[in-house]
Design a protein around this ligand. Structure first.
Ligand code: PMP
Length: 387
């Protein structure tokens, strides 16, 4: 035997984001607008529930799918919030973050060469997990359609190899979401084809413009939809690693085996904290959303004053202006903004090649930080020439 590795692992590319982040320590005075996690603490009562579980020695394994009480709370949350019915005993798995739920789904459904349609620009974690599982990401470039996919574009990309489409609305990196009316034609098109719908709705509770509709709410596709969710963003719990997977029993039963052999169960103290989050702290995202909305209005206003073309976000905590008119790649633009302007933001190209020509700014930062950052950025933009 030789010491060769899995070529799929070796072929994974270190993301552009990393290359860019590696520059950050060289500019200690730069204002950092790159982070993709809420800047609020986990709610107090949720932290206490986690601590109490540890103190009470509730630190062993749970059922592979998660504590029954947690699954009941997850089920109640989706029923109350979105009128979605999922059986807690057979259709829900508590996972180690949404990341693990996504990986478990793709490991369960993909065979070598299967295609997964990805409306893009999209989260940098999607292409690698699809590739690692033998699949082929097929980008649906939304950069010319207001950062939202159209039914025509979906139709044009479906082949006999298409296994799934992966949605993420509200979106990281764009902050854009879909209205129910925008979803209807997409659902109609999807209902004509035998393909899975994987919908990562981790930012649903951080929708601050209009209301969130889940792809799982559409009867025409619910029987082949995997709903991926979790508390990382809604309750500022990124480090607790608490995700959820919801879907039809016949598929979730299969995913459960993959999850079980990968990780046994989600972190148990985190599951106790999650029960508290879903039972008594459903209003936590509202407080954060008030801040996000104010910050979003501010940053959107400033970027527009600077002459940047930008779609106004409706959720999450990112904004994604186009920088094409400055004649630089997004990596060059972000590097120059860092070196000359003293502001760190992420090049759009970190979010697949469909993100080229954009910049991702996170506004999960305090207003004073955003004010200083926008001042610096505006001063630097004055020095630029348009193409
Ligand atoms: N999906 C999206 C769109 C995300 O932005 C993130 C986190 N940045 C994740 C999934 C991963 O979430 P988790 O922390 O629950 O694994």
């Amino acid at each position: 035997m030789s010491l060769t590795l899995n070529p799929r692992a070796e072929a994974l590319k270190i993301s552009g984001i990393r290359q860019f982040f590696n520059q950050l320590p060289n500019y200690p005075d730069a204002i950092n607008l790159t982070i993709g996690q809420p800047d609020f603490p986990t709610p107090e009562k949720v932290k206490e529930a986690g601590k109490a579980a540890i103190t009470a020695n509730l630190t062993g394994y749970s059922h592979n799918a998660g504590l029954v009480e947690l699954r009941q709370e997850i089920s109640a949350f989706f029923q109350d919030t979105y009128n979605l019915v999922y059986n807690p005993l057979t259709e829900i798995i508590a996972t180690n973050g949404a990341s693990e739920a996504l990986d478990a789904v793709f490991r369960t459904i993909l065979q070598e060469g299967d295609e997964v349609i990805l409306p893009a620009p999209c989260f940098a974690g999607y292409e690698p997990i699809i590739e690692l599982n033998g699949g082929k990401p097929v980008l649906l470039d939304t950069s010319d359609t207001g950062l939202v996919p159209t039914a025509e574009a979906i139709k044009a990309l479906i082949t006999n190899k298409t296994k799934a489409i992966l949605f993420n609305f509200p979106s990281n990196p764009t902050g854009v979401t879909l209205t129910k009316a925008q979803m209807e034609p997409l659902v109609e098109e999807l209902s004509k084809h035998e393909i899975f719908v994987v919908t990562d709705e981790i930012y649903s509770e951080n929708t601050f413009e209009g209301s969130h509709t889940s792809f799982a709410c559409f009867d025409a596709i619910k029987d082949r939809t995997f709903l991926v969710h979790g508390l990382s963003k809604s309750h500022s719990m990124t480090g607790w690693r608490m995700g959820f997977l919801l879907g039809p029993e016949q598929y979730v039963t299969q995913v459960l085996k993959v999850h079980m052999y990968n990780t046994v169960c989600a972190s148990v103290p985190s599951q106790y904290a999650a029960i508290e989050a879903l039972k008594n702290n459903r209003d936590a995202p509202e407080m954060m959303n008030r801040a996000y909305r104010e910050r979003c209005d501010f940053v959107y206003g400033k970027l527009t004053e600077m002459g940047l073309d930008v779609v106004k976000p409706a959720g999450a905590f990112y904004i994604f202006p186009s920088i094409t008119k400055y004649g630089m790649t997004s990596f060059e633009f972000a590097s120059a903004l860092l070196k000359e302007g003293g502001v760190a933001a992420v090049p759009g190209s970190a979010f697949t090649k469909a993100g080229e020509g954009f910049l991702r700014i996170s506004y999960a930062y305090s207003m004073p930080t955003l004010e200083r950052a926008m001042e610096r950025m505006a001063a630097w933009m004055e020095t630029l020439e348009k193409k």
